[in-house]
Design a protein around this ligand. Structure first.
Ligand code: FE
Ligand code: FE
Ligand code: ZN
Length: 277
């Protein structure tokens, strides 16, 4: 089995997200910890978060996968951007402790001309700054499409970040199927081979979550444009093999496909039907 859900917004509070996902037929979800364009977060009401925790338990949800802001860039050449990123990360992780035992995923960052090695070091430095031994959240680096100066477009780069972090037991990876495909990994013809590579380079035990997206572009395009399940270059059969892969069972699968509510309900239903075939 897998856990399945999609991105939701926190606009009506935390408990409302749990209820919405139950209505959608899923049992995990993702949300942006702040406005995707950056900026301030709404104050958190402890009773609301506690009501969500009760809902998650009652409905047997899998781990949730919060998403850090797109504006958070821990390896920008601009020092102020880096400092803001660090502040956001620190605040987000503090918030996450209200929902212990869940996952927080973020884009490693774009080195904006500094070079990959410099970027990797800055990302690791930031993580060394904010991770604590007491933290109950696992922090996930997302596999990226390798667009522009993005860091994390190869498994090796993610490994090099993890290697430079002291509390690496608090770190994991979120595998975005669109990004990984766009980065050049052949999820259609060689899923086993890609997962074997992941295991050799990073370690399969570091794989904590899947962003389950089809891609509008062909393999190796480095584009990062998500498509609805089965409507893109990955296609239904490949998506089905991913959802059913023995190494990926028990993980939360989060849809980030271009859909409205009805589309997500339909995709969740479809994925669950694959699991029963
Ligand atoms: Fe992402
Ligand atoms: Fe993603
Ligand atoms: Zn993406």
């Amino acid at each position: 089995m897998i856990y399945i859900g999609c991105h939701l917004t926190v606009k009506d509070g935390y408990k409302a997200m749990g209820e919405t996902m139950t209505r959608f037929g899923g049992n995990t979800f993702a949300w942006f910890t702040r406005n995707p364009r950056g900026g301030k977060t709404k104050p958190i009401i402890p009773e609301d978060v506690n009501a969500l925790r009760r809902h998650l338990e009652e409905k047997h949800f899998g781990p949730l996968v919060a998403h850090g802001s797109y504006t958070m860039n821990l390896c920008s050449a601009n020092e102020e951007t880096r400092r803001n990123g660090l502040d956001m990360l620190q605040q987000d992780l503090r918030t996450m402790e209200l929902l212990p035992g869940n996952l927080y995923n973020f884009h490693p960052g774009s080195h904006t001309g500094q070079g990959t090695e410099a970027g990797i070091k800055q990302i690791a430095d930031a993580l060394n700054n904010v991770l604590t031994g007491e933290m109950q959240t696992t922090v996930l680096l997302e596999t990226m499409a390798g667009k522009g100066s993005e860091v994390g477009g190869t498994f090796e780069e993610l490994r090099r970040i993890i290697d430079q972090v002291e509390l690496r037991e608090k770190l994991g990876v979120c595998f975005d199927t669109c990004h990984t495909w766009d980065a050049g990994y052949d999820l259609v013809n060689d899923l086993d081979g890609v997962l074997r590579q992941f295991d050799e380079i990073i370690g399969i035990e570091k794989l904590w979550a899947i962003h389950f997206n089809d891609s509008k572009n062909d393999r190796g395009s480095h584009k990062d444009r998500h498509e609805k399940l089965g409507k893109g270059f990955l296609g239904t059969e490949a998506m089905k093999r991913i959802a059913r892969h023995p190494l990926l069972q028990g993980l939360p699968f989060v849809l980030e496909t271009p859909n409205e509510d009805e589309g997500y309900i339909e995709e969740i239903r479809e994925v669950l039907s694959w699991m029963e075939e």
